[in-house]
Design a protein around this ligand. Structure first.
Ligand SMILES: *Cc1c(COP(=O)(O)O)cnc(C)c1O
Length: 378
């Protein structure tokens, strides 16, 4: 079976994990490898400040706490996303307002954001689906005019950019994931980019159990105390060591994924030209990271047939999100604003093909050939 995903592994991970354990003898948070990773990310993304976290979810939670929301405050997000985008804001008591996506990118529709704004709206959360940027110029313009904070869910967007800017560095905050299903892994892990420097001190405090411990380490205060809300969002330096090995090979991983992505795009183009399927669309100004390769079938039924056919031919293909506004918790904690024109109908047609670092030449041919042969009879 050709797996849908295999976690990235470059080979030097154990060497660095060993170094963290046996040489540094320091595997708690904010050790030498955490420092290396955050500096690398700051330089590469041209970010003001990046803090590693225990997951993409905890990066979103940290951002949600920084937004300082009160009960009744509203947060606008797409319904077509992972549960964490919602849980982070639900946890701080906000009301979730789900809106529709654009069918071509499956990213949040700026017009739907604009229509959903009320005097209670405080935050908008664009999710860069498949590592392809949302329409950030329009979203930042809407946010500015309405005095909203923007939290980018760039969990899938590590190394992607929008008009030359790294995803996650355009809004007030950007959240990344280094879960093993993402392009770069530390098992469980993530990072928060703080793009408005007024939030930097407070972000460090919230991440460190509400204490000013970081300022203490820098000699800015002579003892550290509990000063604010907080939690514990520091990953072990052992996990950071694992991630460091992968960041050293970041471009190689990116290029390898992109080559598979372009191979699929070329191989399946005849089906798209014949109107049988739809291929991903990359808007101008977006450089993506090949986080995902999806196609859209005619309808739900055809998608089910395709997934079964591929399985019989040794290919694991999978669908994606069940829209949040239709999920039990989504109904409890939020509402859908406007009309669901595309969220449900488009997600019903979407199927993801195997995509991971190191997917072999023969395997990717087999995947594409299997999709072609399924459609040969249709
Ligand atoms: C993976 C993902 C997350 C959560 O990241 P974790 O590191 O698994 O907590 C959040 N949002 C989106 C869009 C994701 O794809």
């Amino acid at each position: 079976m050709i797996n849908f995903n295999l976690p990235p592994y470059v080979g030097t991970e154990m060497e660095y994990v060993r170094e963290a354990c046996a040489v540094n003898r320091k595997i708690c948070g904010d050790g030498p490898f955490t420092k290396k990773c955050s500096e690398w990310l700051e330089n590469r993304f041209n970010s003001n400040k990046i803090l590693l976290t225990t997951s993409g979810t905890s990066a979103l939670e940290l951002a949600a706490i920084l937004c300082d929301l009160h009960p009744g405050d509203e947060v606008i997000l797409p319904s077509f996303t992972f549960s964490s985008t919602a849980t982070a804001f639900q946890m701080v008591g906000a009301t979730l307002v789900f809106v529709d996506v654009c069918p071509d990118t499956m990213n949040i529709d700026p017009d739907a954001i604009e229509r959903a704004i009320t005097d209670k709206t405080k935050v908008v959360v664009p999710v860069h689906y498949a590592g392809v940027a949302c329409d950030m110029d329009r979203i930042m313009d809407i946010a500015e005019r309405n005095n909203l904070l923007v939290v980018e869910d760039a969990a899938q967007g590590v190394l992607s950019s929008y008009k030359g800017k790294a995803l996650g560095t355009i809004g007030h905050f950007g959240c990344y994931s280094f879960h093993e299903t993402k392009n770069y892994s530390m098992g469980e892990g993530g990072a928060l980019s703080i793009n408005d420097s007024r939030y930097c001190d407070r972000a460090e405090i919230i991440r460190e159990k509400g204490t000013n411990r970081q300022r203490f380490f820098r000699g800015q205060v002579d003892k550290y105390t509990w000063v604010d809300r907080g939690s514990s969002y520091l990953p072990s330096d052992m996990n950071a060591a694992y991630l460091w090995a992968q960041l050293e090979h970041a471009d190689e991983i990116n290029e390898n994924r992109l080559s598979t992505w372009h191979f699929y795009q070329e191989s399946l183009k005849p089906l798209a030209d014949a109107g049988k399927i739809e291929l991903p669309y990359i808007p101008e100004g977006c450089e993506h990271n090949a986080h995902m390769f999806y196609i859209k079938c005619k309808d739900l039924e055809e998608r089910g047939d395709l997934i079964s056919y591929l399985k019989e031919h040794g290919v694991q293909a999978v669908f994606h999100y069940i829209p949040l506004h239709d999920a039990p918790a989504g109904k409890m904690f939020g509402r859908f604003d406007g009309e669901d024109r595309f969220t449900t109908s488009e997600s019903n047609r979407l199927v993801r093909l195997p995509m991971y670092y190191g997917l072999g030449e023969a395997d990717r041919h087999h995947v594409a050939d299997s999709v072609l042969s399924f459609y040969a009879t249709r």
